[in-house]
Write a protein that binds this ligand. Structure first.
Ligand code: PRX
Length: 629
């Protein structure tokens, strides 16, 4: 398949290019070949650097000890202003070795799955790297997910150990974690295989310890050996599983392997941020998301950088917190999400201008389309017009950044992700899969594999094949739409499937719908996204109650709580519209297009409604929606 020719970053021999990039790692056994890939649905496999062997924790720690032992690896900034801790590479190495020793002594071994349900404390990074050291596979579950959601992930990956904390701190509030783990482990079969819950004392809050299973990190650590040799694993050994939402069904376990992922995380982190030895780099994501994996932990530490890890939220105790951190710690590279930028922009320029930001050099954005207004504020006010803004497009599945401006590029296109990274080959296709050339708008696909690509859906390879490789055969389908302008620059327009992006958190409409229908009062539910000033998208839930039930504030609240219980606070609905019916075709298919337009407040753009089984439902929905605005 041909791609657009206007990409100045084109690489002619990609395998040779990636094999050269692989030299950025210290391999136990260097690979002799790059890709071994087939995207043919009948024989789909993706392997990179397959005859290489390495250990990810060695890339992040051991290999820096000689030259950077005393350099700060993790600069941890607490939720409470004034609390911070600098951890050197030597110290981080020792902590990780001790944690690996503890897990090993408890029976965790190569290939075992370990769930991490952690707040933003250094121990979260230690736990990831400790698993990697043993060749065990971690799966981090964001602390904002409920016990129910946690249980389904523990079960799905067959975890045998959990690392958690008594509680987390965020914006002055305590988040219960150990209690949620205990609840999760009593759900169905989730607790059956779990022999260990290693618990970090963070707040000193209440934590019930089950004898035999639950152990405290601070107690185990004192006894543990700081000598824990790293297991050299094959390049294609799994490094981690990270669950993410799709347009159908339960969240899927995205599997990333060791060699390719590490090369790609390190490569993109260095190039996109133009990393220098003395940089203080801050990615303000949570380790529960892919951004935290690739750009708080693996990328920066593989590159020997100082990575700032912040426990709290951008707006607490006030809107100047981020800029205060930038000033206090001399942050040079900042990476955050449009949703945070919009929230801070709303507070005006004064909280920003109060603090010296002259250290800043590159400003990154990730997770959702950045609206030009927010981009300009980030560039002009936060970066004083001096800094490069890199609007980085990628996905959990891609392991690292695929399309992004690079430092040195002219900053003239607010909201464009611009060009693919060298080695990356995107294309736009129309609904029939025809490749669009030149200036065009269409579905975004990749036509060639790259080392950071996910390898499979854990336990369900067929789902992997079906989700990404059958829509437009021979390509990887991203689920995103994009426009390419006359300069060959890409502008991501957002998802073209039923995946939502709420404050940069990815969510499937199907997941929220099944949470709602699990409630006794609900006969049917349909969930769509709608434009939301702060969150980018909000969750609009149309609900049909069971016969005999009347709409009430109590039911609305109960349904909101229901979604929070099933999924977690991240999925709290913005609107619950109790409706008399849903717009369906005569064959019974819900017409989501109509529901989206109604939620958007554009009832004049409903298009053709003549195929509806009950056209009068639409008027009732439009009328009902007006009451929620
Ligand atoms: O729709 C795209 C959006 O976020 C989706 C991926 O979400 P997730 O797997 O949670 O990963 C988020 C962090 C990489 C994409 O399919 N997205 C991500 N970055 C951008 C974006 N949309 C527009 N512009 C971006 N820079």
């Amino acid at each position: 398949m041909t791609t657009t020719s206007s990409n100045p970053r084109t690489v002619s021999d990609t395998d040779a290019f990636w094999l050269r990039e692989a030299e950025r790692l210290d391999w136990t056994k260097a690979p002799t070949s790059a890709s071994d890939v087939s995207w043919d649905a009948s024989d789909l496999h993706i392997r990179w650097f397959a005859d290489g062997a390495l250990n990810a924790s060695v890339q992040c720690l051991d290999r820096h000890l000689e030259t950077r032992g005393d350099k700060t690896a993790i600069l941890w900034v607490g939720d409470e202003p004034g609390v911070a801790k600098a951890i050197t590479y030597a110290e981080a190495h020792e902590e990780v070795c001790r944690m690996a020793s503890v897990l090993k002594a408890r029976g965790v071994t190569r290939g075992d799955r370990v769930i991490l349900y952690m707040p933003m404390v250094p121990e979260a990074a230690y736990a990831m790297l400790a698993c990697a050291r043993l060749g065990a596979v971690h799966s981090v579950v964001f602390g904002g997910f409920s016990p129910e959601a946690l249980a389904s992930r523990i079960e799905d990956c067959g975890a045998t150990a959990v690392v958690t904390a008594d509680e987390g701190r965020r914006g002055g509030k305590a988040i219960v974690l150990k209690k949620n783990v205990d609840a999760a482990l009593t759900r169905n079969d989730a607790g059956r295989a779990v022999h260990t819950v290693l618990t970090v004392k963070v707040t000193g809050g209440e934590a019930a310890m089950q004898a035999g299973r639950d152990v405290w990190w601070h107690e185990e650590k004192a006894e543990a050996s700081s000598d824990c040799p790293a297991e050299a694993v094959d390049a294609e050994d799994p490094l981690f599983i990270l669950y993410t939402s799709g347009s159908t069904g339960k969240p899927k376990g995205v599997l990333h392997t060791t060699g390719g992922y590490m090369v790609y995380a390190s490569y993109t982190h260095e190039k996109v941020f133009d990393l220098k030895e003395d940089d203080v780099y801050w990615c303000a994501a949570d380790v529960g998301w892919i951004t935290g994996h690739s750009y708080i932990v693996y990328g920066p530490l593989a590159n020997g950088a100082t990575t700032l890890m912040y426990e709290g939220v951008p707006t607490w105790p006030d809107a100047s917190r981020m800029w205060k951190i930038v000033e206090e710690h001399g942050v040079t590279l900042l990476y955050t999400a449009p949703t945070a930028i919009r929230a801070l922009m709303r507070e005006g320029d004064a909280p920003v201008e109060k603090h010296d930001r002259s250290s800043l050099r590159v400003l990154g954005s990730v997770g959702e389309p950045i609206n030009p207004e927010a981009w300009r504020w980030y560039h002009d006010v936060v970066g004083e017009g001096r800094c490069t803004v890199v609007d980085t497009w990628w996905q959990t599945e891609t392991g690292g950044i695929l399309i992004s401006p690079l430092p040195g590029d002219p900053m003239t296109k607010p909201g464009a992700a611009t060009k693919p990274m060298p080695g990356i080959e995107p294309a736009l296709v129309d609904a029939d899969g025809k490749v669009l050339e030149g200036e065009a708008e269409g579905n975004l696909v990749l036509t060639r594999s790259w080392p950071g690509q996910m390898r499979t859906v854990w336990g369900d390879h067929e789902r992997f094949v079906q989700t990404y490789f059958t829509t437009y055969p021979g390509t990887y389908f991203t689920g995103d739409g994009a426009r390419r302008d006359a300069d060959g620059d890409y502008w991501i327009t957002g998802r073209v499937d039923d995946v939502l992006n709420i404050s940069g958190h990815r969510m499937g409409t199907a997941e929220v719908e099944s949470a709602l229908v699990a409630h006794d009062a609900v006969a049917e539910a349909a969930v769509v996204g709608f434009p939301h000033d702060l969150k980018g998208q909000g969750l609009w839930c149309y609900v049909i109650l069971r016969a005999g039930l009347e709409p009430s504030a109590e039911i609305e609240k109960a349904l909101r709580d229901q979604v929070r219980t099933e999924i977690g606070p991240v999925a709290t609905p913005d609107v619950i519209q109790i409706a008399p019916g849903l717009p369906k075709t005569r064959s019974g298919k819900i017409m989501r297009r109509i529901l989206r337009k109604i939620a958007e407040g554009a009832p004049d753009q409903l298009g053709d409604t003549s195929t509806l089984a009950e056209p009068e439902v639409v008027d009732q929905l439009v009328e009902g929606a007006a009451r929620h605005r």
